[in-house]
Design a protein around this ligand. Structure first.
Ligand SMILES: CC(C)(COP(=O)(O)OP(=O)(O)OC[C@H]1O[C@@H](n2cnc3c(N)ncnc32)[C@H](O)[C@@H]1OP(=O)(O)O)[C@@H](O)C(=O)NCCC(=O)NCCS
Length: 249
């Protein structure tokens, strides 16, 4: 796994940084109370609304992760970041005034939180814990494109599960990069996955008035039980190196 030594803003011209943390491993009361002091009033209210302690904990660590990660690139106190939400709830940096155009996206799942950071480009990240839950076939039939269903149709057991979560995380990362969320996941695009870094999206009809849409997708496997997909809008040329690192924020 590549390492990020000291992250610098300029590195984001060539790199995508994915910061990972394991909330369950962060239990020190002093650390957690520091995290709480970083959150905005609104974040604290949202955190309190979760019914289960494990969800309150994951939310706290994840939001401290975002704030502390952003402060590694720019000289802003982690508590001073301001966020606003787009039409479908996608958080963006809204202050302090004059900060560079950093973009980020957060994901949290059982046992893992991840924050993707880019400079000035649409980005989305989704992490899932692999495992059979619910009726994956029914979900696939509703959400996936025909070619993706065809790929799944010859698979069973663990192979099916792996491929299901491959398509699922890619679709979710893409929709999160667009900011629409999965409500807009459609069957008119499909993923072709050659390997974890050779992934193409195919559209049934041209996007952006025929100008095309160019994306870089990557799959990361930080631990055997987790799959992480990254989606970043590109200019259609050189791909960026994906650098991932576990931290305690
Ligand atoms: C946004 C969404 C994709 C999150 O999926 P998820 O697997 O539950 O959650 P993840 O852990 O991957 O991501 C959650 C984080 O994504 C970010 N996020 C929230 N809304 C987002 C959006 N529309 N796009 C991108 N990122 C979003 C937030 O940072 C959120 O963290 P928080 O809830 O702790 O603040 C999902 O909730 C969704 O599809 N929402 C639908 C959007 C919507 O309301 N559409 C309405 C029209 S159908």
């Amino acid at each position: 796994m590549d390492k990020i030594a000291t992250p610098r803003l300029e590195q984001l011209q060539q790199q995508l940084h994915v910061w990972l943390t394991v909330p369950d491993e962060i239990t020190d009361p002093g650390t957690l109370s520091d995290y709480l002091s970083l959150l905005s009033e609104e974040e604290r209210e949202r955190q309190q609304r979760f019914h289960f302690e494990k969800d309150r904990h994951s939310f706290l660590v994840s939001h401290a992760l975002v704030r502390k990660v952003l402060s590694m690139y720019v000289d802003v106190d982690p508590a001073d970041w301001k966020f606003s939400a787009g039409e479908f709830g996608r958080p963006e940096i809204a202050g302090p005034a004059g900060v560079p155009p950093l973009r980020f996206n957060l994901t949290h799942t059982e046992g893992l939180s991840a924050c993707l950071v880019t400079l000035d480009v649409d980005c989305g990240v989704d992490a899932e814990r692999l495992g059979g839950r619910g009726n994956l076939q029914a979900v696939a039939a509703r959400m996936f494109a025909d070619s993706e269903l065809e790929t799944l149709s010859v698979l069973n057991g663990q192979q099916y599960q792996q491929q299901f979560f491959t398509f699922w995380t890619l679709r979710e990362a893409y929709c999160k990069a667009l900011g629409t969320g999965l409500g807009f996941s459609k069957k008119d695009y499909a993923f072709d996955v050659a390997d974890d870094s050779r992934i193409a999206i195919r559209f049934d009809s041209p996007r952006d008035n025929g100008q095309g849409e160019y994306w870089q997708f990557n799959l990361l496997r930080p631990a055997v039980e987790h799959l992480v997909a990254v989606a970043v809008r590109t200019d259609g040329f050189a791909g960026k190196a994906v650098i991932q690192k576990y931290i305690v924020p």
